[in-house]
Design a binder for this molecule. Structure first.
Ligand SMILES: [Zn+2]
Length: 247
Protein backbone atom coordinates (compact mmCIF):
# COMPACT_ATOMS: atom_id res chain seq x y z
CA UNK A 1 0.00 0.00 0.00
CA UNK A 2 1.41 3.39 -0.91
CA UNK A 3 0.18 6.96 -0.85
CA UNK A 4 1.71 10.40 -1.09
CA UNK A 5 3.87 9.86 1.97
CA UNK A 6 7.20 8.64 0.65
CA UNK A 7 10.10 8.60 3.08
CA UNK A 8 13.73 8.37 2.01
CA UNK A 9 16.40 7.74 4.63
CA UNK A 10 20.02 8.16 3.54
CA UNK A 11 22.89 6.65 5.54
CA UNK A 12 26.58 5.98 5.00
CA UNK A 13 27.18 2.40 6.19
CA UNK A 14 25.04 -0.71 6.51
CA UNK A 15 23.79 -0.63 10.17
CA UNK A 16 23.75 3.21 10.53
CA UNK A 17 19.97 2.91 10.22
CA UNK A 18 19.88 1.43 13.74
CA UNK A 19 19.73 5.00 15.11
CA UNK A 20 16.19 5.30 13.75
CA UNK A 21 15.11 1.84 12.60
CA UNK A 22 12.27 1.70 15.12
CA UNK A 23 10.80 4.76 13.40
CA UNK A 24 11.20 3.25 9.92
CA UNK A 25 9.43 0.09 11.09
CA UNK A 26 6.63 2.20 12.57
CA UNK A 27 6.20 4.12 9.31
CA UNK A 28 6.30 0.97 7.18
CA UNK A 29 3.72 -0.65 9.45
CA UNK A 30 1.44 2.37 8.86
CA UNK A 31 1.55 1.84 5.09
CA UNK A 32 4.05 4.60 4.36
CA UNK A 33 6.46 3.83 1.50
CA UNK A 34 9.92 3.86 3.08
CA UNK A 35 13.20 3.57 1.18
CA UNK A 36 16.56 3.20 2.90
CA UNK A 37 19.52 4.29 0.77
CA UNK A 38 22.91 2.98 1.85
CA UNK A 39 25.73 4.88 0.16
CA UNK A 40 28.74 2.75 1.10
CA UNK A 41 29.15 -1.01 0.92
CA UNK A 42 30.98 -1.42 4.22
CA UNK A 43 33.94 -3.16 2.62
CA UNK A 44 36.33 -2.15 5.40
CA UNK A 45 34.15 -2.90 8.44
CA UNK A 46 34.29 -6.23 10.31
CA UNK A 47 35.06 -9.76 9.01
CA UNK A 48 38.71 -9.34 9.90
CA UNK A 49 41.06 -10.84 7.33
CA UNK A 50 38.39 -11.24 4.61
CA UNK A 51 38.82 -9.64 1.18
CA UNK A 52 36.99 -6.29 0.71
CA UNK A 53 34.65 -7.71 -1.96
CA UNK A 54 33.64 -10.59 0.34
CA UNK A 55 32.93 -8.06 3.09
CA UNK A 56 30.87 -5.91 0.70
CA UNK A 57 28.82 -8.91 -0.46
CA UNK A 58 28.18 -10.08 3.10
CA UNK A 59 27.15 -6.63 4.25
CA UNK A 60 24.82 -6.18 1.29
CA UNK A 61 23.09 -9.45 2.22
CA UNK A 62 22.88 -8.44 5.88
CA UNK A 63 21.48 -5.03 4.89
CA UNK A 64 18.84 -6.61 2.66
CA UNK A 65 17.83 -8.94 5.48
CA UNK A 66 17.53 -5.99 7.90
CA UNK A 67 15.39 -4.09 5.38
CA UNK A 68 13.11 -7.11 4.97
CA UNK A 69 12.67 -7.24 8.75
CA UNK A 70 11.89 -3.50 8.90
CA UNK A 71 9.56 -3.65 5.90
CA UNK A 72 11.47 -1.04 3.89
CA UNK A 73 12.93 -0.97 0.39
CA UNK A 74 16.71 -0.95 -0.03
CA UNK A 75 18.62 1.33 -2.44
CA UNK A 76 22.24 0.14 -2.46
CA UNK A 77 24.58 2.75 -3.98
CA UNK A 78 27.64 0.52 -3.51
CA UNK A 79 30.48 3.01 -3.00
CA UNK A 80 33.52 1.40 -1.36
CA UNK A 81 34.56 2.45 2.14
CA UNK A 82 38.05 2.41 0.68
CA UNK A 83 37.52 4.79 -2.26
CA UNK A 84 34.43 6.90 -1.49
CA UNK A 85 36.28 10.00 -0.28
CA UNK A 86 38.74 9.83 -3.19
CA UNK A 87 35.85 9.62 -5.66
CA UNK A 88 34.22 12.64 -4.02
CA UNK A 89 37.43 14.66 -4.36
CA UNK A 90 38.10 13.42 -7.93
CA UNK A 91 34.64 14.17 -9.32
CA UNK A 92 32.20 15.53 -6.77
CA UNK A 93 29.64 16.33 -9.45
CA UNK A 94 29.48 12.72 -10.65
CA UNK A 95 28.90 11.44 -7.12
CA UNK A 96 26.29 14.11 -6.47
CA UNK A 97 24.55 13.13 -9.72
CA UNK A 98 24.25 9.59 -8.36
CA UNK A 99 22.58 11.00 -5.28
CA UNK A 100 20.34 13.30 -7.40
CA UNK A 101 19.22 10.27 -9.39
CA UNK A 102 18.42 8.47 -6.14
CA UNK A 103 16.12 11.37 -5.17
CA UNK A 104 14.58 11.33 -8.64
CA UNK A 105 13.86 7.58 -8.45
CA UNK A 106 12.30 7.76 -4.99
CA UNK A 107 10.78 11.28 -5.16
CA UNK A 108 10.49 11.57 -1.36
CA UNK A 109 8.33 13.94 0.65
CA UNK A 110 10.33 13.40 3.83
CA UNK A 111 14.10 12.94 4.05
CA UNK A 112 15.78 11.45 7.10
CA UNK A 113 19.52 11.94 6.98
CA UNK A 114 22.57 11.75 9.20
CA UNK A 115 23.42 15.19 10.61
CA UNK A 116 26.40 16.82 8.87
CA UNK A 117 28.21 17.08 12.25
CA UNK A 118 28.50 13.39 13.09
CA UNK A 119 31.60 11.54 14.27
CA UNK A 120 32.72 9.94 11.01
CA UNK A 121 33.81 11.68 7.80
CA UNK A 122 31.77 9.23 5.68
CA UNK A 123 28.65 10.19 7.64
CA UNK A 124 29.31 13.89 7.18
CA UNK A 125 30.09 13.61 3.46
CA UNK A 126 26.99 11.48 2.77
CA UNK A 127 24.87 13.97 4.71
CA UNK A 128 26.25 16.89 2.68
CA UNK A 129 25.70 15.03 -0.60
CA UNK A 130 22.13 14.10 0.31
CA UNK A 131 21.29 17.66 1.36
CA UNK A 132 22.75 19.13 -1.85
CA UNK A 133 21.27 16.47 -4.12
CA UNK A 134 17.82 16.78 -2.59
CA UNK A 135 17.68 20.41 -3.72
CA UNK A 136 19.20 19.83 -7.14
CA UNK A 137 17.09 16.74 -7.93
CA UNK A 138 13.94 18.85 -8.24
CA UNK A 139 15.63 21.39 -10.53
CA UNK A 140 14.46 20.41 -14.04
CA UNK A 141 17.28 22.42 -15.59
CA UNK A 142 19.63 19.68 -14.42
CA UNK A 143 19.23 16.80 -16.86
CA UNK A 144 19.72 13.10 -16.16
CA UNK A 145 18.09 9.82 -17.19
CA UNK A 146 15.31 10.48 -14.64
CA UNK A 147 12.73 13.27 -14.59
CA UNK A 148 13.11 15.92 -11.90
CA UNK A 149 11.69 15.06 -8.50
CA UNK A 150 8.59 16.92 -7.41
CA UNK A 151 9.79 18.81 -4.32
CA UNK A 152 12.60 19.62 -1.93
CA UNK A 153 11.75 17.13 0.81
CA UNK A 154 11.06 18.13 4.40
CA UNK A 155 14.17 17.09 6.27
CA UNK A 156 14.98 15.59 9.65
CA UNK A 157 18.38 14.81 11.13
CA UNK A 158 18.68 11.55 13.00
CA UNK A 159 20.74 11.29 16.16
CA UNK A 160 24.50 11.58 15.65
CA UNK A 161 26.71 9.03 17.36
CA UNK A 162 26.51 9.36 21.15
CA UNK A 163 28.88 11.91 22.61
CA UNK A 164 28.09 14.65 20.09
CA UNK A 165 26.00 17.54 21.34
CA UNK A 166 22.47 16.99 20.04
CA UNK A 167 19.28 18.78 20.98
CA UNK A 168 16.34 16.78 19.59
CA UNK A 169 13.24 18.65 18.50
CA UNK A 170 11.13 15.52 17.94
CA UNK A 171 10.84 12.21 19.78
CA UNK A 172 9.22 9.15 18.26
CA UNK A 173 7.79 6.55 20.65
CA UNK A 174 9.18 3.27 19.30
CA UNK A 175 8.08 1.06 22.18
CA UNK A 176 5.84 -0.94 19.83
CA UNK A 177 8.62 -1.58 17.29
CA UNK A 178 11.62 -1.88 19.61
CA UNK A 179 11.65 -5.66 19.08
CA UNK A 180 11.78 -5.12 15.29
CA UNK A 181 14.70 -2.70 15.73
CA UNK A 182 16.59 -5.37 17.67
CA UNK A 183 15.79 -8.09 15.11
CA UNK A 184 17.06 -5.85 12.29
CA UNK A 185 20.27 -5.16 14.20
CA UNK A 186 20.78 -8.91 14.64
CA UNK A 187 20.87 -9.20 10.84
CA UNK A 188 24.17 -7.25 10.81
CA UNK A 189 26.01 -10.29 12.17
CA UNK A 190 29.41 -9.28 10.83
CA UNK A 191 29.37 -6.13 12.97
CA UNK A 192 28.56 -7.34 16.48
CA UNK A 193 31.98 -8.60 17.56
CA UNK A 194 33.79 -6.02 15.41
CA UNK A 195 32.02 -3.14 17.18
CA UNK A 196 32.86 -4.70 20.54
CA UNK A 197 36.54 -5.15 19.68
CA UNK A 198 37.18 -2.08 17.54
CA UNK A 199 34.77 0.54 18.92
CA UNK A 200 34.96 -0.77 22.52
CA UNK A 201 31.16 -0.85 22.55
CA UNK A 202 28.70 -3.55 23.57
CA UNK A 203 26.16 -2.81 20.88
CA UNK A 204 23.19 -4.35 22.74
CA UNK A 205 23.75 -2.33 25.92
CA UNK A 206 24.43 0.77 23.82
CA UNK A 207 21.21 0.50 21.80
CA UNK A 208 19.01 -0.24 24.78
CA UNK A 209 20.54 2.51 26.91
CA UNK A 210 20.11 5.06 24.12
CA UNK A 211 16.50 4.11 23.41
CA UNK A 212 15.68 4.19 27.14
CA UNK A 213 17.47 7.53 27.60
CA UNK A 214 15.45 9.23 24.87
CA UNK A 215 12.34 7.41 26.08
CA UNK A 216 12.91 8.86 29.54
CA UNK A 217 13.12 12.33 28.00
CA UNK A 218 9.57 12.08 26.68
CA UNK A 219 7.88 9.74 29.16
CA UNK A 220 7.77 6.47 27.20
CA UNK A 221 9.77 3.25 27.43
CA UNK A 222 11.79 3.55 24.20
CA UNK A 223 12.17 6.52 21.85
CA UNK A 224 14.26 7.74 18.92
CA UNK A 225 15.16 11.44 18.63
CA UNK A 226 15.27 13.67 15.56
CA UNK A 227 16.11 17.32 14.93
CA UNK A 228 14.45 19.56 12.36
CA UNK A 229 16.93 20.49 9.65
CA UNK A 230 17.13 24.25 10.07
CA UNK A 231 18.15 25.05 6.49
CA UNK A 232 15.95 27.15 4.24
CA UNK A 233 12.78 25.32 3.14
CA UNK A 234 13.63 22.13 5.08
CA UNK A 235 11.74 22.34 8.39
CA UNK A 236 8.30 20.83 7.81
CA UNK A 237 5.21 22.64 9.07
CA UNK A 238 3.75 20.53 11.87
CA UNK A 239 0.72 19.59 9.75
CA UNK A 240 3.01 18.05 7.13
CA UNK A 241 5.27 16.37 9.64
CA UNK A 242 2.42 14.77 11.56
CA UNK A 243 1.35 12.78 8.51
CA UNK A 244 4.61 10.78 8.70
CA UNK A 245 4.21 9.84 12.35
CA UNK A 246 0.81 8.23 12.71
CA UNK A 247 -0.22 7.16 16.19
ZN1 LIG B 1 28.52 4.48 9.92
Amino acid sequence: MTDDRRVLAVIAHPDDETKFSGTLALQARAGIEVTLAVALNGNLGGLMGAEPDVRARTRHQEMQQACDILGVKLEWLGYGDDDFMARCYDDYNAVEMDFRNLFRRVDPHLLIVLPPYDYHHHHNKVSELALNASINASNANIKSEYPASSMIPWTLYCQPQVGRAFAPSIYVDITSTYDVKIEALKAHKSQHQYIKDHHRTDIWTHIEATARYYGAACGVTYAEPFALCERYNRPAPIQELARFFPA
